[in-house]
Structures are given as structure tokens and as C-alpha cells.
Design a protein. Structure first.
Lengths: 341, 294
């Protein structure tokens, strides 16, 4: 048996053990809270990975879907008394409905229109959240969201919430790996590779683009629901377009198209500014902006792509094909977007 | 309670704001048409000159003319750097990767400006000493008129440049088919560089004009750019007349909606127009004349 395979199961076990023991190792309540935030961001970024990484379409409104999920959970919980598990079932579909509503008209158009439409949509949602006082509490937001409860067990501390969030992250990450390798996932990747060729090979590109968009927004909605129950309070200012851009940064830095990359990117951009205290606010954002430029120029496949090429060099294998983060164009300057509708 | 004077005043103010959107949308459309990129850092090419201008005028206390000339000079350098560092490096990459990189550039420039100049809004001195002038019976700030007149002048200039000069023809040829242009002996790289410089200068003019009537902040460009995106979609992505008409349209409609419908949701209307246009007539008022390149 090759060494790699022999080591696989023990290393998985070690990773699982480490993740389970993490709250005991960290001990600081604050840092576990930050880990929880990283998990929530990871879920939102995994959603973005479906649309941007797999299908090659840009969604600059993931923060809006995140916000829709958060407000859905907050309203159902505080007004109607729905518990965590009920809002958990309600928030992702709600975000997906908005995703389809936005996606249906714009996905027929080429990707540049989608980019513009998602920007507009994100801003409209944010302004509504800020100004519709009757529903969203305006700038005051919605306080008093309850913690998840499962039987006799209450996930009210950061450490207990961590286990819940971790299980959910593992589930959605596994789901995404399944999706990626399924017929649907291959259809997504075919659209990204060359939409016209995908269409000609019998892929219903419109249907799959809508599905990808719905999945992306559902992941966003789920992250929002978790966020609402974690912070127990939502207000509109966090669901701004800058957050959408930050989600894109997380994905680009981790590596588009990669599940592990999405999680690594989200965790890294949550933790780095926390570790380096001076790296707060505008400093962090300026550096993220610069990082995007440098990564796009020098390592378009992100950290995941870098790790992969180092890994295959060490193993003496030929380099894998450039990770499909951003495919080299076939010709001209328009690359993937060749459909002219 | 409809009042014709208020209506006219709103209209002129809307046209002035719309002219700024149009200038930025023109910049956006120009780069889209010429090199096929959506430049999400277009707003920063308004914010940077606005700051440079304000610093030269208020800190170094330069008179208007040299301050504005230096500002435009800075924008030439800005255009060169932008083209060299971003577009030139990524020219063989996909549309989407360039778009994401310009988002990165926008994020970087906005936050660098915030770190350098602070969060307090700066106010630029006004070129004009009078507060308002009587224009056809409507009292309007002269700066508004200057903005509108400048836009008209620039439209004529750009028409002459593109249609009547060899340089303009070369720019058009490069925009239509880079490989063909190269075969015809047009120095494509140089022409693209000139296009970027021209776009940066348009941003410079917009920044200079806007500074006296708008608070100069690190986010000013971003908020204007978002409206300019809406304008260029409304007018038709990549269409030069579309950018101008779309900008004026968004500027006027936005102010009327704010005055007669809801001031709270003032910023929403531009994006409702954006989404409505995408639903009903995705090619905008003018449509995309140059088909997407295959």
C-alpha cells in the first residue's frame, strides 16, 4: 500500500480528534467565539464556491443572502417563538427563494450582467434591512434571539455552540464534495469551462445555473441563521456589500473551486486580523485588497492550488493542471463569457 | 403642492449629479468597450483626484489652476500604474479574474485613502464665489452648471477624438479586434495604455468637479461608482451614448424619487432601475453595439 494511503486514515482520525478537543485546547471563550465565526463564514464561502468556484459565475451579494438568512431566523425566533431547528429549516430555503428570484431573470444573460445585478440586489436588500423599521428594527436591529436547544442540552456557551457549528460545517462540506463529484457538479464545471460547449453537450445550462445560484444563496442563508443564533442579535450594518467582497476575498485566497480552500480562506481572514491587533479595520481591508491583486496575478488558484502543486512536486508527480480557479482563456479577452444573448 | 420652481431646481440638480454619474459611467464604458473589462475600481479614479485636489488646495494652498493641472498629472500616472499593474499582468486571463482584481484594487485604494486622510470628510474650496446664479429663472449653484457644461464639452471632444482623428480610429480599431489591429500595424499595447490614461483623466475631471459640491471621503468614489454601474446598465453596457443618457437619467430620476416618493430610500431607486432594466430590456436604452467577442 502506498505510504499516502496508509497515512490517510490515521491523519483523518488525528484531525477529528484535534477538532473535538479544540475548545479544551483553546480554553479562551473569546477565541472559541472567533472559531465559531470562522465556521459561519466558511459556510457562506462554501456557498460562494458553488457559484464562483464550480460554475464560474460571480455573486457579489453573498452578504445579502447571509443577511436574509439571519433576519429570517431572527424574526421567526423573536416574533413567533420558533426554536433554532425550525429556523434552521426555514432560513436557507428563504435565502434560496431570493436567490432564484434574482437568478431567474439575470442568469439568462451573460456573467457580466449577473455581476452587476447582484451588486444592485445586495444594496437594495441592505437598504431595506436598514430602513424598514417595522420589520427589521432599522438601525437598532433585532435583539433577544435564543440559543439552540437539543433535548436537555442547551448550546448557549461558545464551546457548546462550537460543536453544533462544527457538525453543520462538516455536513455541508461533505455535501459539497458529493455535489462536486455528482452529475450536477460536473454540469456546473462544464458551464464554467465553456458554457457553449456544455450546452452543446446536452447540459441544460440555464437550469444548472439557477440551481447553482439557489445552492449558493441557501448556504449563505444557513450561515446567516447560525450567525443570528450565535450572536443573539442582528443589525443591518454587517450585511453590507463590503462583506460580500470579503467573502470573495476569502474564497480567492483559499482557492476557488476547492472545499478545503474555502474553509482555509474563511478561517485565515477571520483569524489573521484578530492575531495582529494592528491589522484591524481599514488596515486589514487595504491588505486584503492588495492580497487579492497579488493572488490573482501570481497564484490564481489560491492557497489550495499552491498546496496542491507543492504536494505533487514532493510526490514527484507531474503538476496537476492549473486548478480551475480561473481558467486560462481559449482566445481573445473575454474568456469564459462567450455567450452573446 | 406641485411647484414648478422646485421642479426645475430639482431637475437642474439632478442633471448635475447625473452628469457626474455620466462621466464615471463613460469611464466605465470606455474601458469595457476598449479592452473588455468591467472596472470596479472606477470610483477610486474619482476619489483619488478629489483628495489630491483638496490637499493641494487646502494644505499646500495652491491656486486653482496649478492645483487642477497637477491633479490631472497625477491621474496620468495613476492610469499608467493601473494599466501596468493590473490590466497588463492579467490581459490573457478571463474576464472574471480581471473583474475580481479590480474589486481588490478598489478595496485597497479606498482603505489606503482612509488610512492616509482619515475618516473626517474634507471640503474643497469652491471655484466660484457666488452661491447661486439665476439660470433661466432657476437659482442653481454655478458649480452645477460647470459640471453640466463640462460634460457637454467632453462629449463633443470625445466624438471628435474618436471619429475625426487617427488616434481615435486606432483606439476604435483596437477595441473592436486587437489581433486584427496588431496585424494592421497599430501599436496595440500603446493604444491600450493611452485608453487607460484617457479614462483616468476622465476620472480626474469628475473628481475635480465633484469635490466642491460633495464631501470628499474615502468612500465617495465607491458610492458614485455604484450609481454609475446602474447608469451604464440602464444606458446599455459598453455604449458611450448609453452611459451619458443613463447617467443623466439616473441622476434626475433619483432626485425626483427622493423628493416626491421617499428620501429614505433615495439610494434604492438607481438599483431598482438597474434590476428593472435587466428584467425588461437587458441591453439598456442603446444596447451593445459591439457584439461580445467570440
Amino acid at each position: 500500500m502506498p505510504l499516502e494511503k496508509t497515512l490517510r486514515i490515521p491523519s483523518y482520525l488525528a484531525a477529528a480528534l484535534l477538532l473535538v478537543a479544540l475548545p479544551l485546547l483553546i480554553r479562551s471563550n473569546y477565541w472559541i467565539g472567533t472559531v465559531n465565526l470562522a465556521i459561519i463564514y466558511s459556510i457562506a464561502v462554501l456557498g460562494l464556491n458553488i457559484i464562483l468556484g464550480l460554475t464560474g459565475q460571480l455573486n457579489i451579494a453573498q452578504a445579502a443572502f447571509w443577511g436574509i438568512g439571519a433576519y429570517t431566523a431572527a424574526l421567526l425566533n423573536t416574533r413567533l417563538g420558533w426554536p433554532f431547528w425550525a429556523t434552521f429549516l426555514a432560513a436557507p430555503p428563504m435565502a434560496a427563494v431570493f436567490g432564484v428570484l434574482l437568478g431567474f431573470p439575470t442568469l439568462r444573460l451573460s456573467d457580466r450582467y449577473l455581476a452587476m445585478a447582484t451588486i444592485g440586489f445586495g444594496i437594495i436588500i441592505n437598504l431595506i434591512l436598514q430602513n424598514w423599521r417595522g420589520l427589521t428594527g432599522g438601525v437598532d436591529g433585532i435583539p433577544g434571539i435564543t440559543s439552540p436547544v437539543l433535548g436537555p442540552f442547551k448550546f448557549s456557551t461558545n464551546a457548546s455552540f462550537y460543536y453544533l457549528a462544527l457538525v453543520l460545517l462538516v455536513l455541508v462540506a461533505m455535501a459539497q464534495i458529493k455535489i462536486k463529484n455528482s452529475r450536477m457538479g460536473r454540469a456546473f464545471q462544464a458551464i464554467k469551462g465553456n458554457e457553449l460547449a456544455a450546452e452543446l453537450s446536452g447540459v441544460n445550462t440555464f437550469k444548472y445555473r439557477v440551481i447553482a445560484f439557489a445552492l449558493c444563496s441557501a448556504y449563505g442563508g444557513m450561515a446567516g441563521q447560525l450567525f443570528a443564533h450565535r450572536t443573539k442579535y442582528v443589525s443591518a450594518d454587517v450585511f453590507f456589500i463590503d462583506m460580500s467582497i470579503l467573502f470573495i476575498c476569502m474564497l480567492m485566497i483559499g482557492g476557488t473551486g476547492s472545499v478545503a480552500g474555502s474553509i482555509i480562506g474563511a478561517s485565515l481572514l477571520t483569524f489573521v486580523p484578530e492575531w495582529l491587533r494592528f491589522l484591524q479595520g481599514p488596515w486589514a481591508m487595504a491588505i486584503f485588497g492588495l492580497a487579492i491583486i497579488l493572488i490573482m496575478i501570481f497564484m490564481p488558484a489560491g492557497l489550495a492550488g499552491l498546496a496542491q502543486s507543492i504536494g505533487s512536486k514532493l510526490a514527484g508527480r507531474p503538476e496537476p493542471e492549473a486548478q480551475p480557479g480561473f481558467r486560462a482563456p481559449t482566445s481573445g479577452n473575454m474568456g469564459a463569457a462567450k455567450r452573446n444573448k | 403642492m406641485f411647484d414648478i420652481t422646485t421642479f426645475a431646481q430639482l431637475f437642474v440638480a439632478g442633471l448635475a449629479m447625473g452628469s457626474v454619474y455620466a462621466l464615471v459611467a463613460l469611464n466605465f464604458a470606455l474601458l469595457y468597450k476598449a479592452v473588455g473589462i468591467l472596472n470596479f475600481a472606477v470610483g477610486e479614479s474619482v476619489m483619488v483626484p478629489a483628495f489630491v485636489g483638496v490637499i493641494l488646495l487646502t494644505v499646500l494652498k495652491l491656486p486653482f489652476l496649478p492645483a487642477y493641472v497637477i491633479t490631472l498629472g497625477v491621474m496620468v500616472i495613476f492610469g499608467v500604474i493601473f494599466q501596468r499593474t493590473i490590466f497588463h499582468q492579467l490581459r490573457e486571463r478571463t474576464f472574471l479574474s480581471i473583474l475580481v482584481t479590480t474589486i481588490g484594487a478598489s478595496l485597497f485604494l479606498r482603505n489606503t485613502a482612509l488610512l492616509t486622510f482619515g475618516a473626517d470628510p474634507r471640503v474643497s474650496p469652491n471655484l466660484f464665489t457666488v452661491k447661486s446664479v439665476n439660470f433661466l429663472g432657476v437659482f442653481v449653484p454655478p458649480q452645477y452648471l460647470l459640471i453640466i457644461v463640462t460634460l457637454v464639452f467632453l462629449v463633443i471632444f470625445q466624438y471628435l477624438l474618436f471619429e475625426k482623428t487617427l488616434l481615435g480610429k486606432k483606439m476604435q480599431a483596437t477595441a473592436q479586434d486587437r489581433d486584427m489591429a496588431r496585424l494592421l500595424g497599430i501599436p496595440v499595447d500603446k493604444i491600450i495604455l493611452i485608453t487607460f490614461i484617457y479614462a483616468a483623466l476622465l476620472g480626474g475631471i469628475a473628481g475635480i468637479l465633484l469635490a466642491p459640491v460633495f464631501y470628499v471621503t474615502s468612500d465617495m468614489g465607491f458610492s458614485i461608482a455604484l450609481k454609475a454601474f446602474a447608469s451604464s446598465i440602464a444606458g446599455g453596457l459598453g455604449s458611450i451614448p448609453g452611459a451619458i443618457v443613463g447617467g443623466l437619467f439616473i441622476g434626475v430620476v433619483e432626485l425626483f424619487c427622493a423628493a416626491y416618493i421617499s428620501a429614505t430610500y433615495k439610494d434604492v431607486f438607481a438599483f431598482i432601475i438597474l434590476i428593472a432594466v435587466l428584467l425588461l430590456r437587458p441591453r439598456g436604452f442603446f444596447g451593445e453595439k459591439v457584439a461580445e467577442k467570440v
